[in-house]
Design a protein around this ligand. Structure first.
Ligand SMILES: Nc1nc2c(c(=O)[nH]1)N[C@H]1C(S)=C(S)[C@@H](COP(=O)(O)OP(=O)(O)OC[C@H]3O[C@@H](n4cnc5c(N)ncnc54)[C@H](O)[C@@H]3O)O[C@H]1N2
Ligand code: MOO
Ligand SMILES: [Mg+2]
Length: 723
């Protein structure tokens, strides 16, 4: 995301004598959500011309990308921010104000008393927000994800616009596909690759242009603000439309990604085809899936097809990873508002010596100084006055005597005389002392009242350490998490021997340790039997204690895979039940009205490991207040060191080792052949997850030298240094 410049203008009318909390909160939100580096903040009195002047200054002189006002939007005679805004904007954006109003009205009817407006002046987006801190947070959250995109549109940043717009359209997006499995994957991959913005590295040029073409078509239809000129690559487009037009309407229906509301328009090569909305399956209606699917067998070649009552395919549309992740981000709730923590004390709280040496008076010209005392760290401040030719021996970190103004380090002195007990009596200064030398002044590290940092639930070592340094004890605020393993075959590795047909439960250990590794605690851990009642008891009791449930197993097509029907029965909305990824296809995510999130990971251990990193970890970090940009695993680009790898029809997260060529500054990915999702051994030495694209008819495999994005799994992610 580009780093845009923001302005915050607080109308002081609502403040009275109180301090402005909304402005700083807003600044924090901008920094947290967009990593905003440039935020200009000021307050204005509730005078219309003053507000207008500041808005003009922000827009015309500073040319800020976006200005957010807080306060002055109400009904009282002093509330004139909307009027001031109206007089400077050239184009009004009423739907932005509506988006905020709709969100606020969910919280309180009093939101109807806001007259906030939004609009554009030249290249600057101006947004009125209410005055109260709480309302500012609510309104900002309502439009958080749309502001950068709005700016891109205003500034006519087309390249970015296409990518961002596609992200924003996730609820209405879909992958256009054709009859053959390969071709279907082909177009889905293009859409995914462009959406994840890693276009240039991994796609061939024509793939990229083709993807851009598909994207552009969709995008252009939905935004009248955007240049209508389409990007055409004739050959690719012809082939694409030829394949697409082969599909009958039933096929097209199956291929729609119906992740949210009923999408019944599909845009295909300049035509809008109306396709019938698919009849809901019993499972989607919340009826027990066992009745529908108890004897299911699904042909593996049709895994992306959405089933209905007449066939045995999964009724859940298969989302691509980026859409599924966006769904997670837009569903899970931040567990606490960010809070600015200020230092309750000065650091250091007293003048401290920076060196082991002598505390002296720099005002004295005496070369020789009598040593009249010894001051160690931790001792009280020596308050008594002393003569210019006297000094105190002092240790690093000890309090400077009240009447000393300088420290001379031991190295710059010479011992002249010792007492009979061996202690120092007189020294000679070898340098001319300067005032304030080697003294750490009060508050030089931190001033009382100075901002320490903005909290999020999950504090890292520097945050926890700085709190310790000022004596604040603050508990982490992380979600309460339940981990549930499902399966009749599972035996707790700490208990009992295996009988025939049984295996040890390794997912519980894995998920617990992964959560702990990333700073989260597990509140409850359970193993549920593969029967509906046992699973229900387990989930219901976990829901009482926890905000997040992470289960593994029981989400695929088996007649004992009860997780999805149970979610329905317990009132969860299933946001997705399949994802186009390998491993991890049956990955499921649901939430309920009480703000509980349920991540149902596939049972295969490696599938659970991968889906944890791709979905659960980012969600938990997001809940704790991290900006989206800091929720996912960090990535690098690596060069594949493998002669030929046949790509899967699904985009694959392959485990690989990384070596680093120190001279060339390049990362190389070494990928073992056996990537089976049951093979936990593939995780040993796995430094990264490679993002391998799905196979297409044109690119069925990748070779040595293929540049691939890789998500870093471990702190020590370089197994070998070369050169
Ligand atoms: N007809 C179809 N069958 C399957 C499909 C499909 O699309 N159609 N998808 C396959 C994929 S992909 C995956 S992944 C698995 C996911 O299955 P479930 O989430 O339903 O998990 P289970 O069936 O309960 O178990 C799968 C596998 O994992 C082992 N397992 C489960 N829990 C644990 C644990 N805690 N520790 C260690 N190992 C565990 C379990 O024994 C099974 O071997 O479905 C495919 N099937
Ligand atoms: O996609 Mo499943 O997660 O391979 O084993
Ligand atoms: Mg299963």
């Amino acid at each position: 995301m580009a780093n845009f410049s923001y302005g915050i203008l607080t109308d002081t009318c609502h403040l009275g004598t109180a301090q402005d909390e909304s402005g700083p909160t807003l600044k924090m939100l901008l920094q947290r959500s967009y990593n905003a580096m440039k935020v200009t903040q000021s307050t204005v009195p509730d005078e219309r011309n003053e507000i207008e002047k500041m808005l003009l200054y922000y827009a015309d002189d500073l040319k800020l990308h976006c200005v957010l006002t807080t306060g002055g939007t109400g009904f009282s005679p002093r509330d004139i921010t909307p009027e001031a805004t109206k007089s400077v904007i050239q184009r009004e954006c009423p739907q932005l104000a509506l988006a905020m109003a709709l969100e606020s009205l969910k919280k309180t009817y009093f939101a109807a008393l806001s007259r906030a407006i939004c609009g554009i002046r030249n290249g600057t987006l101006i947004i009125n927000l209410p005055g109260s801190k709480k309302a500012v947070v609510e309104c900002f959250n309502a439009i958080e994800s749309i502001i950068p995109h709005a700016i891109e549109l205003i500034r006519d940043m087309k390249g970015k616009t296409i990518v961002t717009h596609e992200n924003l359209q996730r609820d209405f997006s879909f992958s256009v596909s054709s009859k053959s499995e390969d071709d279907k994957v082909d177009s889905a991959v293009f859409v995914d690759s462009i959406r994840t913005t890693e276009i240039s590295d991994q796609s061939s040029e024509s793939s990229f242009i083709k993807a851009l073409s598909v994207q552009t078509d969709n995008f252009q239809r939905q935004s009248s603000e955007i240049d209508q000129k389409s990007i055409k690559v004739e050959d690719d487009r012809k082939e694409f439309s030829k394949q697409s037009s082969k599909s009958d309407s039933k096929d097209i229906t199956h291929l729609l990604n119906m992740s949210s509301s009923t999408m019944n328009e599909i845009i295909l090569d300049d035509e809008i085809l109306k396709v019938p909305t698919r009849k809901k399956s019993k499972a989607e209606k919340g009826e027990e899936r066992t009745k529908v699917e108890s004897s299911n067998h699904v042909c593996p070649h049709k895994t992306a097809v959405i089933g209905d009552e007449n066939d045995r395919n999964s009724p859940f549309p298969m989302l691509n990873v980026s859409d599924a992740l966006e769904k997670v981000f837009s569903t899970v709730k931040r567990i606490s508002d960010p809070e600015v923590l200020n230092s309750p004390m000065n650091c250091p709280p007293f003048r401290a010596s920076i060196k082991d040496g002598y505390a002296i008076k720099s005002t004295s010209s005496s070369k020789y100084r009598k040593v009249i005392g010894f001051i160690a760290a931790g001792e009280k401040i020596v308050k008594k006055d002393f003569a210019g030719d006297e000094c105190f021996k002092i240790n690093t970190g000890a309090a400077i005597p009240a009447f000393a103004d300088s420290v001379v380090q031991i190295e710059d002195t010479k011992l002249i005389k010792e007492k009979s007990d061996g202690s120092e009596e007189e020294i000679e200064l070898l340098t001319i002392p300067k005032a304030k030398c080697d003294i750490r002044e009060i508050g030089v590290d931190l001033l009382k009242g100075e901002t320490l940092f903005t909290t999020n639930g999950l504090m890292d070592v520097p945050e926890k350490t700085i709190l310790a340094s000022v004596g604040i004890q603050k508990a982490q605020k992380t979600p309460r998490i339940a981990v549930i393993s499902t399966g009749d075959e599972l035996v707790d590795p700490n208990e009992g021997e295996l009988n025939e047909g049984q295996i040890y439960d390794s997912n519980s250990t894995m998920l617990k340790l992964l959560l702990q590794k990333h700073g989260f605690e597990v509140k409850t851990m359970k193993i549920a039997k593969d029967d509906y009642k046992s699973l229900k008891t387990c989930v219901v009791s976990s829901m009482k204690e926890c905000d997040v449930i992470i289960s593994s197993g029981g989400v695929s097509m088996g007649d004992k895979d009860f997780v999805k029907p149970l979610m329905k029965e317990l009132g969860f909305e299933i946001h997705f039940g399949r994802v186009n990824m390998k491993p991890g296809k049956p990955m499921t995510f649901a939430s309920n009205g009480d703000g509980k999130s349920y991540f149902a990971l596939p049972g295969n251990p490696v599938s659970a490991y991968v889906t944890f990193h791709i979905f659960v970890l980012p969600a938990l970090r997001f809940m704790c207040g991290f900006p989206k940009t800091k929720c996912q695993l960090p990535t690098i680009n690596a060069i594949l060191q493998k002669d030929k790898y046949t790509l899967d029809p699904r985009p694959e997260y392959a485990r690989a080792k990384i070596s680093f060529d120190v001279n060339k500054g390049l990362y190389y990915a070494h990928m073992p052949d056996n990537q089976m999702s049951s093979r936990l051994a593939s995780l040993i030495d796995a430094d990264v997850l490679l993002h391998l694209p799905a196979a297409t008819t044109k690119i069925p495999s990748v070779n040595r030298g293929f540049k691939v994005k890789a998500s870093i799994l471990n702190l020590h992610f370089i197994s070998d240094y070369q050169g």
